[in-house]
Design a protein around this ligand. Structure first.
Ligand code: AHR
Length: 529
């Protein structure tokens, strides 16, 4: 049993037991039942959960941009000025708040001038990081910013520091955002766009300790200071400037950067990928795995919590006012390349395990909402922990997409403090909590509770006491599946999808819910009808 010592238990927990379940084939079997209890302080207010925590990332990598988003205006696949209509519709449904582009590693080799002007005149360049494929630059600045407008997302443009110059970055910002009469604004108009776009977020480099130039933190910090002078907001476009922070657990980079860069910066990024093994080279498969590999992935995904605690400690020393946000602008699972795929294209399937990782990660982000102001899953389509997979004119929504859909209720809501006691989920001698949870209150006073049963084989009986507002009705949705690696395919695109959840009751400020193994549940509690 895992217990938060600061809180008095709201119910006496007994150790886990067995209960009978009816399997899909009609046979009766025993299933372990674990327990967890929560106290949600519904009348209190934590920080706002920025909707930007539900952000995205699309890189010129594999089939993310080409085939995934962009098919070109002359494609027989239905499109709006070259971007797939099915993808536009799916993304509008989940109200994606922002989109980061063009990389990733690609950002520090990208020269924006290559991607403007008549498409057939754009130069062809080698994509040096991702398989040496030839990039024809048909998807460039206009295509990206028009796409952002079409899906209602804020643009987050990552500028080139590794192989670029401050002048190039400054020109790009002017080209995109300046409303007056300048040579670059004129060039934009000649290329078909008179009015400037809004570009709220500007990344100054990406992973500059690695693919972005293999720099040392002291050197990057000096470069950041120089570049940021030339990153100006024009014509009312307020720029949020994001410095490239650490990857994985290298928090020394963050310490040096946050110490040396104290002005001209509004955010510092962090990247965290879940691989399930200590060595980066040792990845796990995305399907066809067993209970041990389920555990390793979920265990490692939860480690982002401790990393954020450490990062927040560093930030508190250098920025005690809390002015600079932490932007986890790449996160997600990273598995071995899907058999038969180009290994440089980072293709993987997406299962109910990825949905559990996504739900639990969002619960962690909610707990850190005071400092974590943005997060971007890697990546949007066809790459890593994708929300969408495409094949020709077919498209499917992954279990991860459905978690983004279910968690929409938390966008810009107020985080509610909660205390959790839960049985553990053990694998050999290792243990993690069986339940991950978070809660928020929206502008209409409704309370939203997200519960993730991370145990792949035991059900979980949850009892939650909600202090504060009087709430009488509960409704919600569940995402679960019949196998550890259940996933959607083009032949069976709806095998894993959310359904109405009928396993919750709310009486006298006590919520009871029984979660099946490997499930994500989001409940909305509202005043009595
Ligand atoms: O998302 C794939 C790659 O992971 C990105 O290009 C890079 O920033 C990170 O290492």
């Amino acid at each position: 049993m895992r217990r938060d010592p600061s809180v008095r238990p709201s119910l006496a927990l007994v150790s886990s037991c067995l209960w009978l379940v009816l399997a899909a084939d009609g046979t009766l079997g025993a299933q372990e039942l674990k327990r967890a209890s929560l106290t949600i302080r519904g009348g209190e207010s934590g920080p706002q959960i920025s909707r930007h925590i539900y952000g995205h990332f699309a890189e010129h990598l594999g089939r993310c941009i080409y085939d995934g988003l962009w098919v070109g205006p002359s494609s027989r696949i239905p499109n709006t000025r070259g971007v797939r209509n099915d993808v536009i519709e799916a993304l509008r449904r989940i109200k994606i708040p922002n989109l980061r582009w063009p990389g990733g590693c690609f950002a520090d080799q990208y020269h924006w001038q290559d991607g403007v002007g008549p498409s057939d005149k754009r130069p062809r360049r080698i994509n040096i990081h991702w398989g040496g494929v030839v990039e024809d630059n048909s998807f460039g600045t206009h295509e990206f910013l028009d796409f952002c407008e079409a899906i209602g997302a804020d643009a987050y443009v990552a500028a080139n520091v590794g192989s670029g110059t401050p002048q190039e970055m400054s020109d790009w910002v002017e080209y995109m955002t300046f409303a007056g009469d300048s040579a670059l604004a004129g060039e934009r108009a000649e290329n078909g766009r008179k009015a400037p776009w809004k570009v709220p977020f500007l990344g100054v480099g990406n992973e500059n300790w690695g693919c972005g130039g293999r720099m040392r933190p002291e050197y990057y910090s000096d470069l950041y200071r120089r570049f940021s002078v030339y990153a100006r907001g024009w014509s009312g476009n307020q720029l949020t400037r994001v410095a490239a922070g650490p990857g994985g657990t290298d928090l020394k980079w963050l310490d040096v950067l946050a110490d040396r860069v104290r002005s001209g910066v509004e955010g510092i990024s962090m990247h965290y990928y879940t691989t399930g093994n200590p060595r980066w080279e040792d990845k796990l498969p995305s399907i066809g795995f067993g209970a041990d590999e389920w555990f390793k992935i979920v265990r490692d995904a939860l480690k982002i919590d401790g990393l954020l605690v450490e990062a927040e400690g560093i930030m508190a020393r250098h920025d005690p006012e809390g002015r600079i946000g932490l932007y986890v602008d790449e996160w997600g699972t990273w598995y071995t390349p899907f058999p038969g795929s180009n290994p440089a294209f980072l293709v993987q399937q997406n299962t109910i395990r990825d949905a559990v990782v996504a739900g639990a990660t969002f619960n962690v982000f909610h707990a850190h909402a005071k400092r974590v102001k943005m997060a971007n899953i890697a990546q949007l389509v066809n790459v890593l922990q994708a929300l969408i997979l495409t094949e020709g004119d077919k498209m499917l929504l992954t279990p991860t997409y459905h978690v983004f859909d279910m968690y929409q209720v938390h966008h810009d809501a107020t985080a509610l403090p909660l205390a959790l006691q839960t049985d553990d989920y053990a694998n050999g001698s290792e243990r993690i909590p069986a339940l991950s949870a978070s809660a928020s209150r929206d502008a209409k006073g409704r309370v939203h509770v997200s519960l993730v049963n991370m145990d792949p084989s035991a059900a979980l009986a949850v009892e939650a006491r909600i202090d504060g507002p009087k709430l009488g009705a509960v409704a919600g949705r569940i995402l679960t599946a019949d196998a550890l690696d259940a996933h959607n395919t083009f032949d069976a695109p709806e095998r894993v999808r959310p359904t109405a959840f009928t396993g919750a009751t709310l009486r006298d400020a006590t919520l009871e819910a029984r979660l099946p193994p490997r499930s994500v549940v989001v409940l909305t509690l509202s005043a009595s009808r």
